[in-house]
Write a protein that binds this ligand. Sequence first.
Ligand code: 7PM
Length: 288
Amino acid sequence: MTGSKQDSIAIDCGGRLLLLDRPRIMGILNVTPDSFSDGGECLSPKEALMHAHRMAAAGADIIDIGGESTRPGAAPVSVQQELDRVIPVIEAVWTEIRIPISIDTSKPEVMKAAAAAGAGMINDVFALRREGAMQAVAGLNLPVCLMHMLGEPRSMQQQPQYQDVVAEVESFLLDRARDCEAAGIAKQNILLDPGFGFGKNMDHNLELLRQLSRLSSRGYPLIAGLSRKSMLARITGRKVDQRLAGSLTLAVLAVRAGAAIVRVHDVVETHDAIKVLSAVWPRTPESV
Ligand code: 7PM
């Protein structure tokens, strides 16, 4: 598929459209008490809703709501706990804000309840490998982001190893996409994500970013999540709340390499950065 053909894709997020005619911003809304970069900010449904309003006003195209921290070593959360955290927030955001919502979860029960509450996309860092998750998404007929992760959150950052990180991430994602299609998930409903920081060391993350256009030219829209991640700590030495400049740099590089969507905390600033990039390079690299 050519770049220009992919540029015209509209993804139907349960009735709300996400147009991929230009780079899009996924705003992160964590409703976990232990999330590493904005923990404690969004505890109550009311605070979460206010933050969602701010992100939508700032130019977010989709709001990603998550109730389970994927931080290495984070305590697992029960289905009921996760539902209690995310469902009221999804309902409120869906009612008050007219943009698509994605649910960041690996649990099929949460996927289904979130969809019933208004979520229009599934964002799964386990790429639907949990029992029942693939069938759940096939039944929902919603778009899904398949993310690469080596290992499990608990242990993924203990000496991750690859022969060829780009080739391995690519073949994992394409295999998952093929399995999803065989299970009845429409090809147009599949997005891919290399999973920066998920079972990757600094060199792995940098190599994935250098060769990101290889992953973004495989016929599936690419999502890149680099915002405030620990590779920026290694590069700049900054604490998590001081990584804005680094995050913007990485977001711009990812979009320049063909990412369709960037998943970010700092929506106002990312929106400006992408506008500037798009003024210089109005089209994606493939279609230039
Ligand atoms: C601790 C470590 C807390 C890592 C939060 C994180 C991605 C994602 C996350 C991503 C997609 C974060 C991550 N990262 N979903 N969920 N892609 N699709 O930095 O890169 O937000 S959680």
